[in-house]
Design a protein around this ligand. Structure first.
Ligand code: HEC
Ligand code: HEC
Ligand code: HEC
Ligand code: HEC
Ligand code: HEC
Ligand code: HEC
Ligand code: HEC
Length: 323
């Protein structure tokens, strides 16, 4: 009797598992199906801001001249159209006066919109808890030390920011994406010193106590050790001073790893909802201790187990028929 139900149930489970690993990712087809309402308008800006050099008609010289673009003002159009704000015109956030070149000097003073200007109090984005993120951020070391100068845009590049933690099924990519946000300053003296006159501490040296540093930086995010865990938001935003950072190995290398409440939070919530207790057990087994067990090997073992049961079941039926 058990053998009659199990293979079927297992196969359903297996197909469920495959489904949960293939959700949410923006495919090439999705991208191609998008209608880019502002592509033509934006092209007027990308003509110059999308390239290392640009051309314009110099009225004094009465001829076309070619100039270098300030590298900080170059925007990658491919990344722009893959970002969260892909369906925006440049002029939704920037002044209409930018349509003329040379741009008027006073435009440098233009007020930039903040995340909360658009997302604050909007039901559609309730799942992100923007207000709470704002609160957390304002308690962080970055905001308390640099108040007005350190905005959300410092980490969320207005032209390329794309959510990962909740949409990208490839955790390694999310780790790289998120760590690059921090390293864009902590490994770049120029950007760091836009905000601080202090020397930028070398993060490779400050983490020498961590064995196999390269593997750790590829397997966990900076925020795992540097933020205060918060249960109600997916990505904790209160980056604390270095004396509060996680240094104890067992915080991660244990059954009750902090990674389940941070890096693997989305996965553990999602899959527990979809598959119930059974899958929580798989998660524990595959992620907590090593964090590097291959999930596909786990799936493969279920498939093989299912097939074995099927063969036994089929064999049993055949014997009954023969009798
Ligand atoms: C002919 C080339 C050209 C075109 C077209 C152009 N820009 Fe620029 N833009 C520049 C250059 C060069 C700078 C840097 C010098 C300056 O600020 O004027 C710049 C600077 C900027 C800045 C930064 C100003 C600052 O200092 O903070 C913004 C924002 C900007 N452009 C937006 C736009 C937008 C939006 C469009 C399209 C409506 C656009 N630009 C079209 C060449 C261009
Ligand atoms: C969602 C709003 C938004 C959109 C859409 C947007 N920008 Fe920006 N842009 C900003 C903000 C905010 C800043 C200031 C970033 C900062 O303070 O670091 C900025 C800064 C810039 C700068 C100055 C360089 C820098 O990073 O400080 C340029 C140039 C620029 N934008 C051009 C463009 C062009 C061209 C487009 C369209 C292809 C565009 N922007 C679309 C919000 C936006
Ligand atoms: C000018 C208004 C505006 C500003 C400023 C703005 N957003 Fe958005 N944002 C939007 C709109 C509108 C969408 C929906 C785009 C779509 O669905 O194509 C969006 C989409 C998003 C999404 C994806 C939501 C989803 O479910 O796909 C995230 C995440 C997001 N924004 C975060 C931010 C953050 C973080 C900031 C500040 C750093 C910010 N936004 C600033 C208007 C804005
Ligand atoms: C010190 C860097 C930093 C600052 C400053 C910062 N963020 Fe983030 N934020 C991150 C990182 C890292 C992620 C994870 C990105 C990912 O993988 O999706 C993130 C993710 C998010 C997300 C997506 C979370 C989700 O549930 O999917 C939102 C929304 C967001 N931030 C809003 C904000 C707002 C609003 C501010 C300013 C009040 C802000 N952030 C300031 C680093 C920062
Ligand atoms: C835009 C640049 C920038 C980005 C992006 C950035 N930081 Fe920072 N961070 C700074 C600066 C500047 C300081 C120094 C604050 C001070 O002491 O004046 C700092 C301080 C810190 C400190 C405190 C060090 C101490 O001495 O106690 C930690 C920890 C930290 N950052 C971690 C992070 C993490 C994690 C991220 C990514 C989520 C990140 N930072 C993203 C610029 C940045
Ligand atoms: C395994 C936990 C862990 C990870 C992962 C981690 N850190 Fe740290 N970090 C620490 C601890 C603990 C300290 C304090 C070290 C000390 O005081 O000896 C620290 C110190 C720092 C400092 C202060 C350096 C100084 O000398 O003043 C910065 C900045 C920082 N980390 C940024 C980062 C960035 C950026 C990343 C991601 C690339 C990162 N950390 C990843 C635990 C971690
Ligand atoms: C923020 C969580 C976290 C902290 C804190 C942490 N680790 Fe790790 N550690 C990991 C992850 C995730 C991996 C990668 C798992 C893997 O690939 O085996 C890893 C890998 C390792 C490895 C490499 C295993 C191998 O295959 O080579 C060693 C050794 C290790 N950690 C020791 C330590 C020690 C010692 C400490 C304390 C000083 C520490 N870790 C702190 C999360 C952490």
């Amino acid at each position: 009797m058990i053998a009659m139900v199990s293979p079927f149930k297992l196969l359903i489970l297996v197909s469920f598992l495959f489904m949960t690993f293939s959700i949410n990712v923006l495919s090439q087809e999705d991208l191609e199906e998008r209608v880019y309402d502002y592509a033509e308008d934006n092209h007027q800006c990308f003509k110059c801001h999308g390239h290392k050099t640009f051309h314009f008609y110099n009225e004094y010289l009465e001829r076309e001249v070619k100039k270098r673009m300030n590298p900080y003002f170059i925007i990658d159009s491919v990344k722009y159209y893959e970002s969260n704000h892909w369906n925006f015109g440049c002029l939704d956030c920037h002044s209409y006066d930018y349509r003329t070149f040379p741009h008027a000097g006073e435009l440098r003073m233009e007020e930039k919109p903040s995340c909360l200007d658009c997302h604050g109090g909007d039901e559609e984005y309730a799942q992100y808890h923007f207000e709470q993120m704002d609160e957390e951020f304002h308690r962080s070391v970055h905001s308390t030390k640099h108040s007005e100068d350190f905005t959300c845009w410092m980490c969320h590049d207005p032209h390329t920011y794309k959510i990962n933690a909740r949409t990208n099924e490839n955790i390694k990519q999310t780790i790289i994406y998120d760590n690059n946000i921090c390293l864009s300053c902590h490994a770049d003296i120029g950007k760091y010193q836009l905000l601080s006159d202090n020397m930028n501490p070398n993060v490779l040296v400050s983490h020498e106590w961590l064995p196999n540093q390269a593997l750790h930086f590829a397997s966990v995010r900076c925020i795992e050790c540097h933020t205060e865990i918060n249960d109600s938001i997916l990505v904790a935003h209160n980056v604390q001073t270095k004396d509060k950072a996680v240094k104890l190995c067992v915080e991660c290398h244990s059954q009750n790893s902090l990674l389940m409440a941070s890096l693997y939070k989305f996965q553990s919530l999602e899959r527990r909802n979809k598959l119930g207790f059974f899958n929580a057990a798989i998660l524990n087994e595959s992620y907590i201790i090593g964090a590097n067990r291959n999930i596909y090997l786990n799936i493969a073992s279920f498939v093989i187990f299912g097939l074995v049961l099927l063969v036994i079941f089929g064999h049993g039926i055949l014997r009954i028929i023969k009798k």
